[in-house]
Structure formats: structure tokens, C-alpha cells
Design a protein around this ligand. Sequence first.
Ligand SMILES: [Zn+2]
Length: 337
Amino acid sequence: MTLMVLPWMTDLQSQVLSLCHEKQLPHAICLQGGAGLGKQHQLMCLAAAFFCQQLSAGVACGACQHCQLLSLNEHPDFMQIQPQVKGKKIGIDQIREITEFAVGTAYFAQARLILIQPLEQMTRAASNALLKLLEEPPPQVYFLLATTRASRLMPTIRSRVQFYTVIPPSTALFFQWAQALSTDLTQDIARQAYTLSYAGPFLALGFIWRHFNCDQTLKQAPFFKPLELKSIDLLAEFNRFEDYMSQPSAQTAVHLKLLTKAISIPQSLLFFDLWFAGQITSVSTAPEARRVQFWQSYCQLQDLNDALIRSPQLNDAYLQRTIVRIIMPLISESLAS
Ligand SMILES: [Zn+2]
């Protein structure tokens, strides 16, 4: 089965392959970018292109012996490491396995590849063990890595890795891609899902899959791996969030805290953004005090958004508390009135 390069990754694919061709490939490359961009899929495309014996225009053939072994996850020169249980850490034992694998000689390819993701999920001990490997990489061993939070990696690891930032596709490109997999998908649905997924194409497909009855074609798409789907249903979370905000109760602060924990902070901020946008019309005719409070909260949230962009390493617990502190005056006011 051919592993299709995602349309927003084609430049990245040819960039890395030309380094490979010129024998300039760094020992460790790391894709960084938000959730649901298909980073793991892209690393598999690179691995396949690296091993394939009949590469055509940067795409692996899917038919040669190397491609077949890779698709069965049985290629002897390839190793993939991810948390053993979804959402848990990558432990030291897993990195030790790599060490054993990396010191052996390549079985029948010219080099060995090790894929690790998500890199920020390593324990401290695992990070230190990986650092040792990166400091003195065994000959003919290459690391293919991916992370959603590069800022959480040890600086010593960061300095030994060549980063590539994955830019999400435009809404138009996302629609084109998603529509090819599902002809009954409308532009409106695609846009809504894409916004709610915070420009994560695979997450957006997950919403479409669950909510809009376009699932059959998508399930058959060769590169659509259910693995990529997050267990959190963002659209349902957004509906719940709107309910909290429209019918505030004494429990709302608790609900909001749980929500920001369940989804990521940038996604929570997007929820609030969408909610504010939906309130502007009704607020414009509200009493003065309400309007002042509304726009104050809005500006504070924008400030928080900017702060997060400037310093992505801001502590999640701090951000959760701040969001709730900004939003609560709006809620308590409607409780009082
Ligand atoms: Zn091949």
C-alpha cells in the first residue's frame, strides 16, 4: 500500500529527501507542530522513502520488499517508539531497547532508522538516555522525531536536533484534501470542523467522522489511521462549554477548570474566542456595567493569548487558573442579575 505524502507536507518531504540524497541528513530531525497535523504519518513517509528501492518523485512505491516489511512493521532496520499506553510516558526501558538496536549493524538497508514520538512524553531518565545517543550517534543511525511541545524538551536535546516546523494547511487546502476522501463533505462543515480542531486536519477529520455521517469513505482512506484521532470529542466539548456559559451555576468554575484540563489550553482559548464573538450582538444592548465587564474580560483573554504565544512554556495550571479568573466575573454577574 502506498503511503501518501500529505499535501501540506510535500515541501518538507522533498527538503529532507534532498538532504538525504546529498548525504547531508542530520542524525536527528524533529517535526514540531500542533496536534492532528499528521506528523507521525509524515515520519513514516520519510522512513518509507528512505528504504524504498523504487522511489518515484519522492514517494515510496509501497510494493518493494522494504516497503512491504515497513508496512507490516517488520522492517529489521526500523524501530518505532511511542508510549506503551496512550497518554503515558516513554520510559527508560524503551530507550535502552533503542541503544541495543542502534549498536548493531544494519540488517539489509544502508542505515537504521529510529522513530520516536511524541518526544515530550519521555521521562527524565529516558531523556537523559536518549541524550547520550544523540551526543555520540552510532554510525549510520538516524532519528526521526516529532513533538507538539518542543519547549518541554531538555535544552541539551533541543540543541542536537534539527527542527522542522509543520505549518497547517489553509482551510481551502484542508477542504480539498478532506473532500477527496468524502464527496458529500460540504465547505461549511469542513470549515467548522477545521476551526474547532485548531487547524489540526486529522482531528478535524475525526469530528467529521463522528458527527456528519461522512465516515465510510474516510475509514477506507489508506493513510487515515484511527490512531491519529484524539479520544476527546471537541465538538461535544464545545457544545457543553456553550451550555455552561449560557446557564451559569455555582459549578461553572469547576466545569471550566475541568474543560481546560481536558482539552489543550490553546483550544480552550479558541472556545472562549468563539464564544465572545457570538456574544457581541447581545452585549451591545446590555447595561453599561455588563458591557464594560465583557470587554475587559475579552482584552484580558487576548493578553493571555499573546503571553502564551510569546512564552509557550507557561505552566498549564497557571493558565487554567488565569482563564477561570478572567471568565468568572462575567458568570457571577449573570448569576446575580
Ligand atoms: Zn518501495
